[in-house]
Write a protein that binds this ligand. Structure first.
Ligand code: MN3
Length: 228
């Protein structure tokens, strides 16, 4: 009997109430326990009967949409990216936040934005201007000493698809802030800095290796077909 690999909802690395008063327990409970969980459930459901795809990570599925049979491609791509993005998002935050970036990341922020306040202003602008649902990212290039940029993506698009390293990400779908801030997305974006996990951001900036493995996998993987 084959054991099927199921995608799992990762536990939050802190309690639902841990990010209060900046993000409420109610928002976190719905966001993690329902919204993120629904992407994991729809991914598992879409992959039923496609045994050739069952051994792949959500990241691989997100990066290799063209290898996914057309009849499930859109669902798998959106669900896998929703799963990947939310997993990055939870770890971009911490109740032990505070302070400012340090080390090489701080140097790069000064170099590429002219300081943390100017990065925050760019982030607010990008998140406020984004039409509809999406994500705001701090990314680094893989070459050129990790040039930092702020970028916004629609739906569940992820800058890894363009080869960038995600350093930080904030969710600006309405479900991320509406219970707490109603229509004030800008308030949510500004308060979010109080819970940002700069240690995690520094780790991602200094050690961007994991996705180059997946880039290799993308080149090396054989074509996949639906299987029983
Ligand atoms: Mn979300």
């Amino acid at each position: 009997m084959t054991v099927q690999m199921k995608h799992l909802l990762p536990p939050l690395p802190y309690d639902y109430a841990a990010l209060e008063p900046h993000i409420s327990a109610h928002t976190m409970m719905l966001h993690h326990g329902r919204h993120h969980a629904s992407y994991v459930a729809s991914l598992n459901s879409a992959l039923k009967g496609y045994s050739a795809l069952l051994g792949h990570s959500a990241l691989w599925l997100m990066l290799n949409a063209r290898r996914i049979p057309q009849q499930i491609r859109t669902t798998v791509r959106n669900s896998a990216a929703g799963h990947v993005n939310h997993s990055l998002f939870w770890r971009s935050m911490t109740p032990a936040a505070g302070g400012e970036p340090s080390g090489r990341l701080a140097d790069a922020i000064d170099r590429d934005f002219g300081g943390l306040d100017l990065l925050k202003a760019r982030f607010l602008e990008a998140g406020s201007k984004l039409f509809g649902s999406g994500w705001v990212w701090l990314t680094a290039s893989r070459e050129d000493c990790g040039v930092l940029q702020v970028r916004a993506t629609s739906g569940h698009d992820n800058p890894m698809l363009q080869g960038y390293v995600p350093v930080l990400v904030n969710d600006v779908w309405e479900h991320a802030y509406y219970l707490d801030r109603e229509d004030r997305r800008g308030d949510y974006l500004e308060r979010w800095w109080a819970v940002v996990n700069w240690e995690e951001a520094a780790r991602r900036f200094e050690n961007p290796a994991p996705s180059s493995e997946h880039r290799f996998e993308r080149d090396a993987a054989p074509a996949l077909r639906a299987g029983g």
